[in-house]
Design a protein around this ligand. Structure first.
Ligand code: PLP
Length: 398
């Protein structure tokens, strides 16, 4: 018999499966609100002008393609640190942060998970209920037992904050707690700065290991505002991890540009942690790819390009906001009853619509509007041409 004869068919990735279904749908009016990707008002994946300029520079220079260091491009890692922790911040000056280039935000999470597994194999992982689908799978595959802390409250379309805090306080010391730094996926519900203060204190009191997933910095309130939570964790003196993704904020999805930063107690510890991160990387894929990180490093370290990026990122953030406001207006006009203000309160790319799996299926089969069965729709895929049809379709199934 074949070596692989006993291999079972794995379940399809729910979101990528939805994409396949979308591509096969002959409906000319179909709209894909499933995948978490930002499209411009023409429904196109944007090429940021700052990225195009950096790309031109790099192509003209036509550099040789040698191996990168295991931890990636030094200028890139430094630029990531500046963005996440604030350039010149005390924690950076003290040499307390180990940062490595990673294959997207997912790669940063996996490198961090592998490091943590080596340090404390018995630790458990807590993720939010609900969370990005891949959090559970990723930490489970890294060998951890994964459970959830309360997060979303369907009744108030808010956060079950007291229950969340109680769960964190009750977790055994050493528990890894995965937190969405901003623009919570899938709910769009973020903690307030005051709530973060309490979460930081709870992590500290219970001796937890916070792992902040920052996949959408700049999509909520702004680059600094969305990163402010990191400052709160630094100020607490806790050790923690941060994964960074530039997939969305630079529209560089396929280039796989991300990072992992580990905040340590002191410079010496940071050096030791970095050496272990390098082993994790070396034994998985040896070293990261060059191009995407070069683009991001060029943009972040060239003042004119950086200013352009900040403007373009603000443009994406504001367009999403405008789509939220328009959706509320159009749903109300189409006769959807009740308070719809939750749509404009939610942050980031997604809206947790509250629609049932059955309603989401009707949206697909009757109207060609594709969202996730959980009711999550990608607001960043709405545009001035498709929003009327989407609002009408939602009204029809509501
Ligand atoms: N974390 C969250 C919460 C996400 O939503 C995503 C992407 O959808 C990621 C991580 C992964 O990002 P990347 O594509 O850079 O691996």
């Amino acid at each position: 018999a074949s070596v692989f004869a006993a291999v079972q068919m794995a379940p399809r990735d729910p979101i990528l499966g939805l994409n396949e279904q979308f591509n096969a749908d002959p409906n000319p009016a179909k709209v894909n609100l499933g995948v978490g990707v930002y499209f411009d008002d023409n429904g196109k994946l944007p090429v940021l002008a700052c990225v195009a300029a950096a790309e031109k520079q790099l192509l003209e220079a036509s550099k040789p393609k040698g191996y990168l260091p295991i931890d990636g491009i030094a200028a890139y890692d430094k630029a990531v640190q500046g963005l996440v922790f604030g350039a010149g911040s005390e924690v950076l000056q003290a040499g307390r942060v180990a940062t490595v280039q990673a294959l997207g935000g997912t790669g940063g999470l996996k490198v961090g998970a592998d490091l943590l597994k080596k340090l404390n194999p018995a630790a458990r992982v807590l993720i939010s209920d609900p969370s990005w689908e891949n959090h559970r799978a990723l930490f489970t595959n890294a060998g951890f037992e994964v459970s959830t802390y309360p997060y979303y409250d369907a009744a108030t379309r808010g956060i079950r904050f007291d229950a969340m805090l109680a769960a964190l306080k009750a977790a055994p010391a050493g528990t890894i707690v995965v937190l969405h730094a901003c623009c919570h996926n899938p709910t769009g519900c973020d903690l307030t700065p005051a709530q973060w203060t309490e979460v930081v204190a709870a992590c500290q009191a219970a001796g937890l290991v916070p792992f902040l997933d920052m996949a959408y910095q700049g999509f909520g309130e702004g680059i600094a505002e969305d990163g402010a939570v990191i400052g709160q964790f630094v100020a607490s003196g806790l050790q923690f991890l941060v994964s960074t993704s530039f997939s969305k904020s630079f529209s560089l999805y396929g280039e796989r540009v991300g990072a992992l930063s580990v905040v340590c107690a002191d410079r010496d510890e940071t050096t030791r942690v970095l050496s272990q991160l390098k082993i994790v990387i070396r034994t998985n894929y040896s070293n990261p790819p060059t191009f995407g990180a070069q683009l991001v490093a060029t943009v972040l370290t060239t003042p004119a390009l950086r200013a352009q990026w900040e403007e373009e990122l603000a443009g994406m953030r504001l367009r999403i906001r405008a789509m939220r406001a328009a959706l509320v207006e159009k749903l109300a006009a189409a006769g959807v009853p009740g308070d719809l203000s939750y749509i404009t309160r939610q942050k980031g790319m997604f809206s947790y619509s509250g629609l049932s799996a059955e309603q989401m299926q009707r949206l697909r089969s009757e109207f060609g509007v594709y969202g996730v069965d959980s009711g999550r729709i990608c607001v960043a895929a709405l545009n001035s041409k498709n929003i009327d049809a989407v609002a009408k379709a939602i009204a029809q199934v509501s």
